[in-house]
Design a protein around this ligand. Structure first.
Ligand code: IPE
Ligand code: IPE
Ligand code: MG
Length: 239
């Protein structure tokens, strides 16, 4: 625990969304392969997720694979898919012990069947857990999500004429609160199609640290920055 941080005064965001980025560059700096970078990144993810919920965050979303990431080499995509299978299969007990509900956001196609199987099992087994939500954005695209929501909406026969933003939100992949705090590691300053609807009023934070090195202490420092932000949602302060 960082002695410079006054934990009593920290504001805790309800929903934190992280773009897991920089695994490849982290590995390159060390003369390792991109695959080793992903291994290190996903090792870190587990500990970080637990820490975030321990700090009082209710929903932790992780962008782990975009719809666009299928453009990468067969070797890299294959390695990532194997990693997801391992992560979801071997950590069921850990998620249960920590009372964490795991949900997923993203499209099925063209995920390998083995990934969809462990994904669905983990979601099913943890669905009644109440100690916080981890939302894995896997084969996820923000525009795809909005298009998929519109399709569901059209098929539902809902009253489009009187549709509200709140009702539209229910057709997204998961019914989660808006993102309060969006963190992208590795110094890249873009959204890359992440939670376009949910991030509309989020505070953004772009640490230079690459994801495998973004640990509990770094998250606590991010909370200090979040606490300093003045969220206005379009209103005038002290009006
Ligand atoms: C993010 O790290 C992990 C995934 C996309 C799954 P990158 O692989 O994008 O790492 P960099 O950006 O090349 O360093
Ligand atoms: C975004 O990172 C997707 C994930 C982290 C899963 P990328 O590394 O794929 O994004 P770009 O290509 O740099 O925008
Ligand atoms: Mg990247």
């Amino acid at each position: 625990m960082n002695p410079d941080i006054d934990f009593a005064t920290l504001k805790i965001p309800r929903h934190v969304a992280i773009i897991v980025d920089g695994n490849g560059r982290w590995a390159k700096e060390r003369g390792l392969t991109r695959m080793q970078g992903h291994d290190a990144g996903f090792d870190n993810l587990k500990a970080l997720a637990k820490h975030m919920l321990k700090r009082g965050v209710q929903v932790a979303s992780f962008y782990v694979f975009s719809t666009e990431n299928f453009k990468r080499s067969v070797e890299e995509v294959g390695h990532l898919m194997d990693l997801f299978v391992m992560l979801y299969k071997h950590n069921l007990r850990d998620f249960m012990e920590n009372n964490i509900k795991v949900v997923f956001s993203g499209r099925d196609e063209p995920l390998p069947a083995k990934v969809m199987q462990v994904r669905d099992e983990l979601a099913e087994q943890t669905k009644n857990n109440t100690g916080g939500i981890v939302n894995f954005c896997l084969n996820y695209g923000g525009r795809a999500e909005i298009v998929d929501a519109v399709k569901k909406l059209a098929a539902s026969g809902a009253d489009i004429e009187n549709l509200t933003e709140e009702q539209f939100g229910k057709y997204l992949y998961q019914d989660l609160p808006d993102v309060d705090f969006m963190i992208r590691t590795s110094g890249e300053l873009r959204l890359s199609n992440f939670l376009l609807w949910q991030n509309s009023y989020a505070e953004f934070y772009f640490p230079e640290t690459k994801f495998p090195d973004f640990h509990e202490d770094d998250f606590d420092r991010a909370l200090v920055e979040y606490t300093r932000r003045d969220r206005r949602f379009g209103a005038i302060k002290n009006a």
